[in-house]
Design a protein around this ligand. Sequence first.
Ligand SMILES: [Fe+2]
Length: 222
Amino acid sequence: MSVDPEYLYPDYRSTELRAPARPLVTLPEHLHDLRAPVFGDETVRQGDDDLTRQHAGEPLGERIIVHGRVLDEDGRAVPRALVEIWQANAAGRYAHDRDRHPAPLDPNFTGAGRTLTGDDGSYLFVTIKPGSYPWQNHPNAWRPAHIHFSLFGRVFTQRLVTQMYFPGDPLFEFDPIFQSVRDEQARAMLVSTFDLETTEPDWALAYRFDIVLRRTPFEDAE
Ligand SMILES: [Fe+2]
């Protein structure tokens, strides 16, 4: 069983609109050969990794540290990878026009951050724990609390978009997005672990989320 979800997973309704209807086209090999990362240091500003300090005041909610390492399939660190996150606020509301969930916006929380991994592949964000929110997929549909992740690795084609969840969420079994990953072990990899060691006493809890960026075939050939 593939660790990746099917493009078309009918219980997750919007996949019916965006799943490819025709076989994928394989790009010519030379188009893979973009060696330099497209995004670099200049896209990341100091403080972009702290979502609790982007406004005049502190956002409401439970302050948390989210950290981990970005590794390749052989367990080697991926340094200078661009890691971007976006998320709802503590009440489960996105600072986005399309979000009509009647939960309060937080003037001190935009919900987007970015950072580059260090030499050891590590990254760290300070943020607040996002709330669950309803969506229109099916009657009484609620998303488990999650943080969206986007990663660009050493090369442009080393790309991953995923979501991080929190341990023990009661909504896992009812969420078609989480369940669209059919392999149980792969699903477990989407759930962060509570990390007591990294908590900051009297300040913030911590969760660890390690990410494996898969090697693409053209790298094997080199
Ligand atoms: Fe979301």
